[in-house]
Structures are given as C-alpha cells and as structure tokens.
Design a protein around this ligand. Structure first.
Ligand SMILES: Cc1cc2nc3c(=O)[nH]c(=O)nc-3n(C[C@H](O)[C@H](O)[C@H](O)COP(=O)(O)OP(=O)(O)OC[C@H]3O[C@@H](n4cnc5c(N)ncnc54)[C@H](O)[C@@H]3O)c2cc1C
Length: 436
C-alpha cells in the first residue's frame, strides 16, 4: 500500500513541501492529503500592499487545489492528532468531524495572532495576518474617510481620522505605512479633509522597531515615519482599548476608530494540544533534519516549530518566510529520503537579511552587508518578494497590479458592503413586509 502522508497546514511549509513531493515522487507512489482551513496559501509579506490597494487581494493567495493536482486538498482544520494511532481528527468547513488515518504527518500549522487580556481588544481591534483582515482594513480606512467627510461633528471626525497600530515588527510597520499611503491618495476625493487632520500612531513595547533588521535601519524607519507625521511611541504598551480608546502605558489615551493589533504571533496550539513534544513557547520540538524530536514518522517546520539554527549554535531559526520556504524544500527531500530508507540532510541556512516596504515609494532592505533605504529599499523590497511569490501566474498578476497602479491612480472605492452582502436584501424584505 502507498504511504499516506498528511500535511497539516497549507501555508509556506505545507505548500512547498507538497510541491516538492509532486516533483520528487512519481504519481501514485504516495497518497498526499493536505488540510487547511482556507484552502489557499497566503503570501503574507504582501498583505500590507493588498490592504493599501497596490495589489489585488486575490493575487496574494494561491489556491491549493489548483497548485496540487493529484493530491487530496481538504478544507477545514485538524483539531487533534493521535500520533500513536496515526490518526488525526479533522473538522471540515461543513459537516461532522471525522478521523483521517496516515502513515507520516507533517506539522505545518504555523502560528496564530498572539492575543492578550486587554479590555476592549476583542471588540475594537482587528488583527493583521489574513487576507480577510487586509481587505477589511482597506475598506475600513476608506470608510473612515467617507464618514469623516460626511459629518461636521468634530469628535466623530477626529475619531474617524485617527489610526493606531500596535506592533513595530514587519507586519505592524508595513500595515501602517500602506494604510497611510492609501489614505493620503484617497484624500484627493475628499477635499473637505485636510491631510493634517489624519492622526497615525505606531505603538511598540520595545525601544526599537523592525528587530529583524540592523538597528540603524530601524532608526531610519522611525525617522521616515515621523517625517510623514506618524507618532511613533516606543517603550509603550497598549493597556486598554475599552470604548475604542487606546490607552497606553505612557499615559497617552487615543480615541480611535481604527485599532490594528499586529503585536506578533504564537505557535499553533495544535502540537501542544495533541501531546507532541513542544518547547516552553509551544513550538514543536524539531531536529535539524526537520523530524519531530523522538517521534517516528513525524516532521515539522516553519513558524510553529523550534528548528535548531546550525549557523548559530544554541539558537532556533526565526519565524519568517525565508526559513519557512527553505525548510519546506528540504522537508520534501527528507520525506522522500525517509520513505526510501536513505539518510536525511540537516537544515542549515544563514539568514540573508530582510526587506520592508513603507509605501510612498519608500522601504528598507538589508541583504548580507548591503543596506538600502528610501526608494532603493522600496525597489529591493518589491524585487525580493516578487521573486518568492509562488507560481509564474501569481508573479505576473502582481507585476501587472504594480504596473497599473503606477500608470493610473490607486482605486479608492470602498466595498465594505461585501462583508455583509445579506444586509441590503434583508432591508428590501423588511420594506416589502411593511408595504404589504
Ligand atoms: C503581515 C505579515 C507580514 C510578513 N512579512 C514577512 C516578510 O516581509 N518577510 C518574512 O520573511 N516573513 C514575513 N512574515 C512571516 C511569514 O509569513 C511566516 O514566517 C510564514 O508564513 C511561516 O510559514 P508557515 O508555513 O510556518 O506558516 P503559515 O504560512 O502561516 O501557514 C500555516 C497554515 O496552517 C494553517 N493552519 C493553522 N492551523 C491549522 C489546523 N489546525 N489545521 C489545518 N491547518 C491549519 C493556516 O491556515 C495556514 O494556512 C510575515 C507575516 C505576516 C503575518
């Protein structure tokens, strides 16, 4: 019987592992099942550009069933793994849960947004990790401008034009920068709003931002954001979001209509909940071969795994796309070696550096010793990420989006109604009942 491989998670690690298997094994040699709650891989580094409107949201995601013909793609979530019995409990998007049997499991469920018990956070904040959140933010920012332009009440206006982002890592900084670019562009359609009326605040708990880059680049970015009018608050914590007022540990209180929580992630709880070995912060304990420590027939990589960093003994690889993709490529090869009884290879990759886009044709980049800021940093950011977008089709679409947004003005239509398509119809039905 063919070996059954179950891949849990269809993000970077899941998709690239599956693509590797497609290349390395003949059709029919293994049965691969890949499970993901959304059914598509999200290219997260471009979420900010999707929120800012420079890239069409559909071009930032890659549907698994299209990329993985011949493999079984299940939409839903694995809620528990009983590895001794080689069974996983699967909850499909619709219908009752059932068990999936397997011979080898790949844990690739990544990370989830790190929550905190802060009053008002659940009611007033939005995360920044999914394409849904990016689309929502784009509509929301444009909706806030429209709301401000439609009222003379100064308090309502000020709240609508105040935007707070918590988290000075890549996702928070890029989200704020792209939202600001979108709002600045859209102002030309709102002559009653002055640019100076827009308030932007970035809140970071530590004394620096963009920790994956050299400190000088973080300092440069703070300067660039402040020049654009962003109030960058370092060493400050969000202590409450009750009533939509962002209260900070430095005593500031910001009444805001937009609160974005981008304060980092934590490993998927799946491994810990399934009794698999995890470290103190909940990452699956992986070996340098990307197998799960002390457990046969189990592999793990990416944000949810503690993979030893052989280039920095004693440390673990950082949770980023660069490691996730490279680990997945090796994981695919090691899986095939494992099936064929050959020896596995160790994961060894020295971090190359990173890039961040700041909208307004600005960015920062650090690749080996080369450091770029401003326009060159922005170009490097785009070139780097374009190279890593999966499939030629998606690359071409992203490139076309950039070309169009360079040639024409950014589309500034607010499609918030998409989030509640039923409301117009329900209102029509209510009117019908009234009239009857
Ligand atoms: C906004 C943002 C910007 C980023 N920018 C950069 C950047 O510029 N550079 C960089 O290097 N990195 C960046 N990253 C980090 C990078 O995206 C991650 O490191 C990478 O996605 C990790 O890959 P992964 O496969 O481990 O997890 P993911 O790609 O997150 O994939 C995990 C998958 O598992 C699925 N899943 C979760 N739970 C279950 C379950 N129970 N059952 C089945 N499936 C499940 C999820 O739906 C998801 O599709 C960014 C991240 C974010 C959020």
């Amino acid at each position: 019987m063919n070996k059954r491989i179950l891949i849990i998670g269809g993000g970077y690690v899941g998709l690239y592992t599956a693509l590797g298997l497609r290349r390395l094994v003949r059709r029919g040699e293994v049965d691969v099942t890949i499970v993901d709650p959304r059914g598509y891989m999200t290219y997260q580094p471009f979420l900010a550009e999707a929120a800012g409107g420079a890239i069409e949201p559909r071009h930032v995601v890659a549907p698994l069933n299209r990329l993985l013909p011949g493999m079984r793609v299940l939409t839903g979530r694995v809620t528990n793994v009983d590895h001794d019995a080689r069974r996983a409990r699967f909850e499909p998007v619709r219908g009752p849960a059932y068990e999936l049997g397997y011979d080898i499991v790949v844990l690739a469920a990544g990370s989830i947004t790190r929550g905190m018990p802060i009053a008002g956070l659940a009611e007033h904040a939005v995360g920044f990790k999914t394409i849904g959140e990016a689309v929502h933010l784009r509509n929301h920012v444009l909706g806030q401008l429209a709301a401000a332009a439609s009222t003379d009440d100064p308090a309502i206006r000020r709240r609508a034009l105040t935007f707070v982002v918590v988290g000075g890592g890549f996702s928070g900084v890029e989200a704020l920068a792209e939202m600001q670019g979108l709002a600045d562009d859209a102002l030309r359609y709102h002559p009653r709003i002055e640019r100076a009326e827009l308030n932007w605040t970035l809140v970071e708990a530590k004394g620096a931002i963009l920790p994956e880059l050299a400190p000088e680049l973080g300092v440069w970015t703070i300067g660039a954001l402040r020049e654009r009018g962003v109030d960058v608050r370092l060493n400050a914590l969000l202590t409450s979001a009750a009533d939509g007022v962002a209260a900070l540990s430095d005593g500031t209180a910001v009444d805001t209509g937009t609160l974005v929580w981008a304060a980092g992630g934590r490993p998927s709880p799946l491994a810990a909940d399934s009794g698999l070995p995890v470290d103190a912060i909940g990452r699956v304990k992986a070996t340098a071969y990307l197998t799960v420590e002390g457990i046969p027939d189990a592999f793990a990589a990416g944000d949810g795994a503690a993979v030893p960093d052989l280039t920095r003994p004693g440390e673990f690889t950082a949770p980023n796309a660069q490691h996730a993709v490279r680990q997945a490529k090796l994981l695919g090869r090691n899986l095939v070696a494992y099936l064929k009884g050959r020896s596995l290879k160790e994961y060894r990759h020295a971090y190359l550096g990173s890039v961040a886009g700041l909208g307004h044709h600005q960015g920062v980049a650090q690749v080996y010793r080369i450091r770029l800021t401003g326009f060159l940093g922005w170009l490097a950011h785009r070139a780097y990420h374009l190279a890593w977008v999966p499939t030629f089709n998606h690359k071409a679409r992203v490139l076309a989006d950039w070309a169009l947004s360079g040639l024409f003005r950014r589309e500034a239509v607010q499609l918030g109604g998409l989030e509640h398509p039923e409301s117009d119809f329900q209102e029509a039905l209510r009117e019908h009942v009234k009239a009857a």
